[in-house]
Write a protein that binds this ligand. Structure first.
Ligand SMILES: Nc1ncnc2c1ncn2[C@@H]1O[C@H](COP(=O)(O)OP(=O)(O)OP(=O)(O)O)[C@@H](O)[C@H]1O
Ligand SMILES: [Mg+2]
Length: 299
């Protein structure tokens, strides 16, 4: 992919919410994009900007390779005064009369519930799928669990109810699933070079990042789920079915090519992303799928 210079493109007045950094709307090749700028990291004080633009780009491209509908992403630069920032452009999937409604707002429609739209307790989310009437519940459940498995692969800790949703047609009243968006919190966006080196040279550090941190945004009894613990427990049939659907569609050699072709990355970053993705796939997803197949007698 050739990096694009997004400086000086026509701007639009559309504004985007979200807590992770500045965003502007531009027109590139006749299409509207949300440009996301790298935010200042909240946790790692040693970094001036987080790597979340790479996380967004790589996470979305991995979704695309797996075959889950996702926003288009492009990497490029944007000059602010004398500094050049690396930005990610996200194709805006709304259009006149078609607006984004997040899952939190769908959850708010459940009238006799005391649940808050942004609450991410798993049982409440699953119950909302059955109680809402805007979208086929099985389609909702399939998307939710597919995202859960892909997010486990890419280590996304921020798939809260505002980070997935629907496209609502204000004329026809139709509602359909929106493409996946906001993968900016996957692939360890606050890991700096020193952390990457340390992680690459220590299995213990890798284990910590595969099994312990990078929990899901989904909670059970108010506690964030650990991807490995939940998926390998095989306790949710929706999750098990998604595991079967998704794992066979992950092609690590294509992901390796993606990393090679991604501009701006250092060799250290490329290796770090590849090693972490390989380990997350093998140790969380492949392990759990083997356990599922042996439970079901499909050896
Ligand atoms: N491709 C897109 N097309 C149209 N609207 C979008 C797109 N991607 C995101 N949005 C809207 O812009 C908002 C901000 O984008 P995004 O979620 O990527 O930002 P963020 O700062 O990373 O958010 P968060 O607070 O969840 O970390 C989203 O909540 C959504 O409403
Ligand atoms: Mg968001």
């Amino acid at each position: 992919m050739t990096p694009i210079d997004f400086t000086g493109l026509p701007r639009r007045n559309k504004a985007y919410a979200g807590a992770n950094g500045s965003k502007i709307s531009v027109i590139y090749k006749g299409r509207q994009y949300m440009l996301k700028f790298p935010p200042v990291p909240t946790r790692n004080q040693n970094m001036s900007y987080s790597n979340s633009c790479f996380s967004e780009y790589l996470g979305c491209r991995i979704y695309e390779m797996i075959g889950v509908p996702v926003q288009e992403t492009l990497l490029g630069t944007f000059r602010v005064k004398n500094t050049e920032k690396i930005v990610v452009a996200c194709g805006d999937f709304t259009e006149p009369g078609v607006v984004l409604q997040d899952f939190a707002s769908l959850k708010n429609q459940i009238i006799d519930s005391e649940r808050n739209g942004y609450g991410t307790e798993l049982s409440d989310i699953l119950q909302t799928f059955e109680e809402q009437s805007a979208v086929d519940p099985s389609e909702l459940s399939t998307r939710f669990w597919d995202m859960f498995i892909v997010d486990a692969l890419i280590g996304n800790w921020d798939r809260h109810n505002g980070n997935w949703g629907f496209l609502y047609n204000t004329v026809t009243d139709e509602v359909r699933l929106a493409p996946v968006y906001d993968c900016g919190s996957c692939l360890y966006p606050q890991a700096d070079e020193a952390i990457m080196e340390k992680v690459l040279s220590s299995q213990e550090e890798r284990d910590f990042r595969v099994f312990e941190i990078q929990t899901s945004a989904i909670t059970v009894n108010n506690k964030k789920l650990r991807y490995f613990d939940f998926i390998s427990s095989l306790q949710s049939e929706g999750c098990n079915l998604a595991l079967k659907r998704i794992v066979s569609r992950i092609d690590m050699s294509r992901i390796e090519v993606l990393l090679e072709e991604t501009p701006f990355l250092s060799n250290l970053q490329r290796e770090f992303y590849l090693v972490m993705l390989r380990e997350r796939k093998t140790r969380i997803l492949d392990f759990s799928l083997r356990a599922l197949n042996s439970r079901d007698g499909n050896l």
